[in-house]
Write a protein of this length. Structure first.
Lengths: 384, 384, 384, 384
């Protein structure tokens, strides 16, 4: 029997981290062949060059798809998506996969879904059924309605996808592969490298060995004009606390330059002595950095998913993760300097607790196993 | 108070017919301004030049969007959609509408949805919540998940959209505007023109005054290779029955040329004396033609919607209208010459009955009224 | 030493015919590797499906590029070209050829030139330096200025390219490969097949064995509104003469549907008994058909190139071939029914003479030979 | 008589500076109507937001065209051009100008040329006929072959365009409008503002009042991998000389991020105390800055054109301006730290001389005058 060709489209740095163990499990499965497509901001230097990490991790890339249109606004975001549909239609036509995997809810993931569904290629959606509350929400559920098979991360998500009318036989809680990596790293949690030495970055050199915090704050798409103001609040809070801080640049998004320019402007004006900035980090190094940190601040989904499994305290700012299932490790605050500073102090002092909301560390294998045996269709109808 | 700008994107001849009365009601509403965008196959001669009809009907067209990529295959269909997103993103950026309306479930309607939703423009979806069972099904429900407001056509559809997690406050059964036109035409049902004289077309001149049938058969996207065979069955059945027949060319779709070439080939080989072919007809003339016909044959949704209201007998062939709510006027058959011929005879002999499944003739006004007063948001979250 | 990878982009049926022997010679050359890209209308059924002929001829196709935007107008022509640049940029990035070949002067050939030149791939232009006098003229000379190497077809053309400032070391008169095929067919000139039996087509069956003429008339881009009128003149003249006629549909172009619809309309109205219509024919069959015909009518460049070598009489209508070097076999007329009819009669009665203006039948080999040894650069500067 | 509609497409910051007086003259001419299209990097923050300057200068913008694809490589450059063709085709279709103006030789200017020429709109090319020697060279001459009318800047350029086969009646030496602005600024040459106070920027605050130099170095497209090394040589030379320096970021180009990251890296490593960095400056402020500077360093064409008129000493580095006509003010050097430093010292000490190679300060008016009366055609043929 010939191997099933499974095409996965990775469009951004965080998406890669999130599916890495699934990619590995597909690659190693005797009945599966991985066709890895790297696209969008995952190819671009100013969003962390995920492509280099992917190649260093030993994956063979089948196709690279440049599709990000410059414009720093929502029109460019839409046009990037349209361009993505056109380019990915070509790619799938050429690769002729047996199934295509689209990941979660970034705006451009719907390009993968359309290019596959319209060419009658069975579409698998990862991490559907979750709830947030911005443009991601629309994208995620539209992906669900375009997809034939759903590998979800939690029991709640499973129930929600079924409620939306999907066939329960094709909705499977595999857990989130991001937890696999967290689980793996948790076996060897020591910070065995010097972050600044290994990753360079810009900003102050820090005395981080006595304790540090990590910040990762993305623009919230539907509010991109405020992105600059929002990030400034966090910068001010972190600067005031004067705790050594590793800060990660945001990935591409309509407001990217709002957030980025907020950071750049703050650096020029204030020259904060306690913050060092990174563009990117290999996923396992990043998780190790989190495990050994006192707190993660910002609005990354890492705070919700991985950190609950790892037991890392999180200050979650703003609406970006609204309604997502979260553990006891998370404290939510608004864009307010004092509240952010207060929450960081509270969280640093809190007791650490680990939870298994988003999986138990075997998600990649479960996904590969399902892909090798599940019935592949591209014809579905709503269940009610 | 300034008028609300309502942008409607019409991408095909049948879509126009379906929303014409809503366009008119929006145009005439004191608090609304219509921004009409004509796109895709609605601009092309070989799909009936809907644009000419639209202009003749007195509408002002704000923008024309050429986006159909040639290719006669599914890859071209996907790329057309991607191109549509890019072009419509420009259009909405320029027009800055207060709301965008996307219609039903043709593959390219998702381009309208993405271009609007990604630019934070409130999106209204017409005719969601219905069920068919091919690629349209995926597109329709994905449109639902991208849309903020839903004007549905039946009670069943309303219930289904709500079940999918949409906020009931924004799901309104307005009926289908296609029924308005049917209702209007029903006031003056006489066939007051000679179809061949008025519309030309090709093929035999017919003795239609003693009774005739109408055929409209579209390719079924996910089976496009069979399109040629499928249409040949209908051609053979209709040719054998030897009843005067008005046949309408299919509109653009991946298999368009399958169906079209099937028809062309049959014409060349058989030179059927009882069939006359039209490219297009003005909507009210078309409805009048149906009212006075003995039967409609094919797989058009007109058979399901308008014909149930008009009480016109229908032979519905194949899977294209699967699971759509239908009245007593419809008989379903498979692609089989004898079954088709038998069903036509049975239907011609049947008793006519009118039903109000898809509305009562006031849908256009209801839509305009709702658009003038409903809260316009672009931020939603699933209800469960 | 590794083989030089030579990427040739074929975008239309006539372009293929014109370079076929060069493709063959490249394919068979020990130091060259052919990368054949088939694009644009060469992939489309309604323009003759050149791709099928190419595959039947035994060539391996490296990439297929769908890029024709529907629209039947000049805007669509421009957008098709833009789309072509985007798609071909991907293709060349992937194939990494040592040189790219762009052919002649069709509007979309500049897409090949840009996609290659902008990626620093040495660009070879075939058939530069000729003169016509419409949009082709602009495209052809712009291709010259983007190209690094020029394989021209005549001494005049060579002189002209050099005059435009190109380096004489890189301007080589190879003759036109279309003449190679003409030369080859001329060895076995008998019409050894029944055209209608072999190629089908539509229209009357003809008594062609006692003598026939051939028509091939393309729309002239910058006058596309008149395309329908223009072709009607030829149809009327040919119909009046009542000589058995093989008529070839035009290939894609802005006015395509003007010409095509003119033909379709004439067929419906007049039902000409002496005309049979073909979509396409294999190149050698087509040449054999010409050799055995009494005259070629229309505006195809075949009349100018191949027919002068074959000694076939030609009535050249209108401006499309203006200023192109021509032999004694050609008579030029305007779009006038009587003048066309008169010229056909005159030409049929004329004495046949063969000339070698566009080469001597070894062009394909000369091109392959040059490609194997010429210096490949992408950096040039004007010579004065 | 209705006004002639003249559509000018500005795609980058330096292009705007170069044509500003022509735009003004068109705008004010009684028989002309300006349709200003701002596109490409002229719209983007990280290339200096030319659009803001344009609006501040009082021009009304007819259309904005986002077309820059991210990718930091030559494939993206080609695809940006393709996208530009598609978008500009729409724009010209909508604006229906009587003539379109394309400027000089940036890679994306050919998009303007194609979109106009293919839609039969008379195309005017500014600054053709010059010679440099990289991809610009190909683009510039291809623009010439697509254009119907040529407004050139020097007598040499005029002769060269005619030699390429253009009709001398349509080749007019208007001079370069950039000289108009230089001429105007020369009337009031004092530096009446504090650059850092007015424009912000980043880097050291400088003691510039006792004398300063200006640097503007762009990546050279066909050598983009070396961009980072090249710029570092200049940075080192300038750093060593320790003269107060105003440095301008490069505009978008394939190697942009090579040059930009070279600068960023140097700043982080060396923290040069004598350099202040600007993104952009209003054109007249920039010229005033040059007039009062001791020397301009880099590879900008401003050094060749405006500075010869202004008599500002220039150190021109590398091949970017190769073969362009230059005055006595320019000294050419290679990418070599010591040679650059030496040349800067030599130039600072040199005697200033003004020359009128590129015009006498009335170019904008000449262009507008010609546009109001010259015959507008889109049909041309080569003159030999």
């Amino acid at each position: 029997m010939s191997k099933r060709k499974i095409c996965v489209v990775v469009t951004a740095r965080p998406s890669y981290s999130r599916v890495k163990t699934a990619l590995k499990a597909i690659n190693e499965h005797p009945n599966l062949e991985l066709q890895l497509v790297v696209a969008g901001s995952a190819l671009l230097g100013r969003y962390g060059n995920a492509v280099d990490v992917i190649e260093k991790d030993g994956f063979t890339i089948s196709e690279k798809v440049f599709m990000v249109l410059e414009g720093e606004n929502k029109t460019a975001m839409a046009k990037t998506t349209g361009l993505g549909v056109m380019e990915l239609a070509n790619v799938f036509y050429k690769l002729q996969p047996d199934a295509v995997i689209t990941i979660a809810d970034r705006f451009e993931t719907i390009a993968t879904s359309i290019a596959a569904a319209y060419q009658n290629i069975p579409l698998v959606h990862l991490q559907g059924g979750e709830v947030t509350g911005n443009i991601d929400e629309k994208v995620r559920h539209a992906n669900t309605k375009l997809a034939d098979i759903h590998f979800v991360s939690t029991d709640d998500a499973k129930e929600r996808v079924i409620k939306m009318g999907e066939n329960p036989d094709f909705v499977i809680n595999t857990g989130c592969p991001s937890i696999d990596l967290a689980d793996e790293v948790l076996q060897h949690p020591d910070l065995d490298f010097d972050p600044i030495e290994k990753y360079g970055g810009v900003g102050s050199s820090l005395n981080w060995k006595e304790g540090y915090i990590v910040v990762m704050q993305h623009p919230v798409t539907t509010e991109y004009k405020e992105a600059r103001n929002d990030v400034t609040k966090t910068l001010e809070a972190v600067h005031e606390l004067n705790i050594p801080t590793f800060w990660f640049w945001p990935n591409v998004d309509a407001g990217s330059d709002g957030t980025s320019s907020g950071i750049r402007s703050f650096r020029e004006r204030i020259k904060p002595q306690n913050i060092h900035f990174f563009k990117n980090m290999e996923p396992d190094d990043f998780l190790r950095l989190l495990i050994n940190s006192q707190c993660l601040i910002g609005n990354s989904s890492v705070g919700i998913r991985e950190c609950s499994y790892l037991g890392v305290p999180v200050v979650n700012i703003g609406t970006r993760q609204n309604r997502r299932e979260r553990g006891k490790n998370v404290m939510d605050v608004t864009y307010d300097k004092q509240k952010i500073a207060g929450a960081i102090k509270e969280r640093i002092a809190s007791k650490r607790e680990k939870e298994q909301i988003y999986g138990n560390g075997t998600s990649g294998e479960k996904i590969a196993d399902q892909l090798s045996k599940i019935e592949l269709n591209f014809h579905k109808t709503i269940m009610y």
